[in-house]
Ligand binder design. Structure first.
Ligand code: AMP
Length: 297
C-alpha cells in the first residue's frame, strides 16, 4: 500500500482560454489519483465543511479515505494564473484555512505502508508525519515556492528526512540558491536526499543518484490546456509504480520516472483533474509504448 499526504484543495485556475473556479485540486489529490493507477493508495489530508460532496465522491472512487479529515472551517484554496504560453504560473492567492493548524495522524491501516509520498504541503507537518509509520522503505517529497519562501529551514529538514525529492526546476533554484541544475541536485543530495528528480515541465526531467544522471524527455503533446497538477501526477506515478513493484532498484526508479512523464502528460491535456480521471490502464500502456518508440534511435 502507498500513503500520500498533502493538500486537497479547491483551486481557481486561470488559463488563457478558460477560468476554473473552486475546482477539486491539491497536490495530494493529483498525486494520489495518479498513483492509484498502479497501487492501492490511501490519502491523508484535511478539508473543511465546505468541501462539496461531489468531490468527496470522486476521491472515494479512487482512494482509501480513512485518512481524510473533515474539519470545521474552509478548505485550503489556491488561486493561480498562467501566462499566454502556459509555461509560467503566478500565484495570486494561497489560503491555508483548515490546513494551517492541521495535526495529521496516520490511520492504523496505513502505518504499515512501505512507500510514502509527502506531496506539496507544510514541511513541518510532512516531516512529523514520517515518524508515525512502522517501517518505510521509500519516502519522497515535493515542495513549492510558498513553503520555500515561508519555511525554508523546515523544507531542508524535510529533505534530510526522505529518500527522494521531486521538485521543479524553478523551485530547485529558489531553494538551493544555485542556477545550474546539477549544482542544485548536488546541494539537495548533500542535505540528505539519495535521489533528486528535477522536473522541467514539458521538457521532461533529470534524475540524480550518486554520480548517475538520468535525463528523460517529456511526452510530446500538441495540445496542452492546463498544466496544473502535472508535477504532482508525475510524482504520484513514480511512487505508485515503485510501490506496485515493491522495489527501489535504480532500474525501477528510472522506469518510474518514465511513468511520471507519461502520467504528467495526461494531466495537462484536460482542465483540472479531468485528464487524470478519464484514463484507463490501457491508455497508460499505449502511451508508454509510444514513448518507447519516441526515444528510440
Ligand atoms: P503543480 O501544478 O504540480 O505545482 O500543483 C498544483 C497543485 O498544488 C494545486 O492543485 C494546488 O492546490 C496545490 N498547491 C498550490 N500551492 C500550494 C501550497 N502552498 N501548499 C500545498 N499545495 C499547494
Amino acid at each position: 500500500m502507498l500513503t500520500v499526504f498533502g493538500s486537497t484543495a479547491l483551486d481557481t485556475i486561470r488559463t488563457p482560454k478558460k477560468i476554473l473556479k473552486n475546482v477539486l485540486g491539491g497536490a495530494a489529490t493529483f498525486a494520489a489519483i495518479s498513483a492509484s493507477n498502479f497501487v492501492d493508495t490511501g490519502l491523508i489530508a484535511v478539508v473543511g465543511k465546505d468541501f462539496p460532496a461531489k468531490y468527496h465522491n470522486i476521491l472515494s472512487k479512487h482512494l482509501d479515505l480513512q485518512g481524510l479529515a473533515i474539519k470545521e472551517g474552509k478548505t485550503f484554496r489556491y488561486d493561480g494564473k498562467y501566462d499566454n504560453t502556459l509555461s509560467t504560473r503566478s500565484t495570486l492567492k494561497t489560503e491555508l484555512n483548515v490546513l494551517a493548524d492541521f495535526k495529521p495522524s496516520v490511520p492504523k491501516d496505513y502505518r504499515k505502508s512501505k512507500f510514502v509520498y509527502l506531496a506539496n504541503n507544510d514541511p513541518e507537518q510532512n516531516t512529523a508525519l514520517l515518524k508515525e509509520f512502522d517501517n518505510i522503505k521509500f519516502s519522497m517529497c515535493d515542495t513549492i515556492d510558498f513553503w520555500i519562501s515561508t519555511k525554508r529551514e523546515a523544507v531542508i529538514k524535510m529533505i534530510k528526512a526522505v529518500d527522494a525529492v521531486v521538485i521543479n526546476d524553478e523551485e530547485a533554484r529558489l531553494l538551493t540558491k544555485e542556477f545550474n541544475l546539477i549544482k542544485c541536485a548536488k546541494k539537495m543530495m548533500k542535505w540528505g536526499a539519495k535521489y533528486v528528480i528535477i522536473k522541467k515541465g514539458e521538457h521532461g526531467s533529470l534524475m540524480f543518484y550518486d554520480d548517475v544522471v538520468f535525463p528523460t524527455a517529456g511526452f510530446s503533446l500538441e495540445d496542452v490546456v492546463d498544466p496544473t497538477g502535472a508535477g504532482d501526477s508525475f510524482a504520484g506515478a513514480m511512487i505508485g509504480y515503485l510501490a506496485s513493484k515493491n522495489s527501489t532498484s535504480l532500474s525501477e526508479i528510472k522506469k518510474s520516472v518514465v511513468y511520471g512523464n507519461v502520467l504528467g502528460s495526461f494531466a495537462v491535456e484536460k482542465y483540472g483533474l479531468d485528464g487524470l480521471l478519464r484514463i484507463k490502464k490501457g491508455d497508460i500502456v499505449k502511451r508508454i509504448k509510444i514513448y518507447e518508440k519516441m526515444i528510440q534511435f
